[in-house]
Design a protein around this ligand. Structure first.
Ligand code: ATP
Ligand code: MG
Length: 392
């Protein structure tokens, strides 16, 4: 029955003079999303509203599924649109609409007409009143309630007439790309994909970097990260995933530094390398899945140590989340099942029994000097042998 969607957007509505930039970005993201659906769609903006109109047969559930992953959309209203063939025909259409959408009809309603085309013979008040009467006549079990109705029946008179009453919630946020780009440190765990989602939701495009340590981490562990990047790409569009071979750096740190500081020093090298790629690719920040106190390397003291090596801001959107809250978010965005697949990540191989929880910066810096001889060359090689994949 439905042949179009009215797209509601919340926050981008308030952006003043830049509003059209946000709307155009949103239209771009919607086009990208529906390209993956069966059928052809026309997307257009009319008087501050975005419509997605099906030009062919399409799969309703599939299309709604894709639209629900477009940041910037606060609501998706399935629309029936008809040619203007006079008010009586419109009444028939509306009555049929209610019959199909609300089979159990004992509901309260109000009609909310908008006459965008001023030469329509009835004004909106008249449409409201006369349509209300027609509905009550057809369905005497329904009642009008103008203050708190179960159903708000919208009738928009434009070139065509648009009818809608249901709103499917969208993800909210801002259209991807309107906030610049950031580099996500993406591991195979639960946290980092959720962190990437949260920043992307604010309109930030994602690139990602994964530190791979073959043979200590398997091809399957890497594939899992690629799969996670793909799951994120459903929300963000293509994600450029940089895969760094981290083995030699890790072994070198293992050889030269106290084992209880391994994780911290390793994390500092991850951040340095991630920042290097970020700056080369125009990213304006780094993103990690850290949350205070989750593990030894995420105490506030440890975070000072990891932060110290970066110039770019490090965004840690999960910083105040409990594990359970992160799990719920990852379930909601569909990454959880993949994240919990039991493949080792590169940090679990080299973890010490008693990692420092309050690293002393001066001590860490001093121990890092043990690496002076070869570390630069190893980092260089890691960057040169970087593998780039596009997850989409
Ligand atoms: P996650 O669930 O995201 O793996 P975690 O709880 O395992 O996080 P850590 O291993 O301490 O936490 O990692 C903290 C953050 O560092 C991760 O959220 C991620 O952003 C980044 N990170 C850790 N390991 C890697 C890796 N191998 N490649 C890329 N980023 C990583
Ligand atoms: Mg991890």
């Amino acid at each position: 029955m439905f042949t179009a969607f009215l797209i509601k957007y919340a926050e981008i509505g308030i952006k003043g003079k830049n509003r059209f930039l946000f709307e155009d970005a949103l239209i771009g993201q919607i086009k990208y999303a529906v390209k993956k659906c069966e059928g052809e769609f026309l997307i257009h903006k009319t008087q501050g509203r975005i419509y997605v109109e099906a030009q062919t047969e399409f799969d309703f559930e599939e299309t709604v599924g894709h639209l629900r992953r477009v940041f910037g959309i606060s609501g998706i209203c399935p629309v029936v649109y008809v040619e203007d063939q006079g008010f009586d025909r419109l009444c028939e259409t509306i009555i049929r609409y209610i019959g199909e959408v609300y089979p159990e009809r004992s509901k309260t309603f109000k009609v909310q007409a908008r006459r965008a085309r001023k030469n329509y013979p009835l004004d909106s008040m008249e449409i409201n009143a006369r349509m209300g009467e027609a509905i009550l006549e057809a369905y005497p079990e329904m009642k009008v309630d103008v203050h708190n109705p179960d159903i708000v029946l919208n009738i928009e008179v434009r070139e065509k007439i648009y009818i809608y009453s249901e709103t499917i919630p969208g993800p909210g946020g801002m259209p991807v790309g309107t906030g610049g780009k950031a580099m996500l440190l993406l591991s195979g765990g639960i946290d980092s994909p959720a962190a990437g989602y949260m920043i992307a939701k604010r309109g930030v495009k994602l690139d990602a970097v994964y530190f791979h340590a073959p043979p200590y981490t398997s091809e399957r562990a890497k594939q899992k990260v690629v799969d996670l990047a793909r799951l994120l790409a459903r929300f963000t569009g293509p994600v450029y995933l940089h895969v760094i071979n981290f083995t030699d750096i890790q072994l070198y740190i293992y050889e030269k530094c106290p084992h209880e500081e391994l994780t911290i020093i390793m994390r500092r090298y991850m951040m340095r390398i991630a920042e290097h790629i970020a700056q080369e690719t125009g990213c304006l920040g780094l993103i990690t899945g850290e949350s205070i106190g989750q593990v030894a390397s995420q105490t506030m003291s440890s975070l000072i140590a990891t932060n110290e090596v970066c110039q770019l801001p490090v965004y840690r959107p999960l910083i105040g989340f409990d594990k359970q809250e992160i799990v719920e978010l990852s379930e909601k965005i569909g990454t959880y099942e993949t994240s919990i697949l039991p493949f080792e990540d590169c940090c679990t191989i080299f973890v010490a029994k008693h990692p420092v929880t309050k690293p002393n910066l001066n001590v860490i810096r001093r121990h890092e000097h043990n690496l002076d001889e070869r570390i630069e060359e190893l980092v260089d090689t890691a960057l040169k042998t970087k593998e780039l994949m596009i997850a989409e």
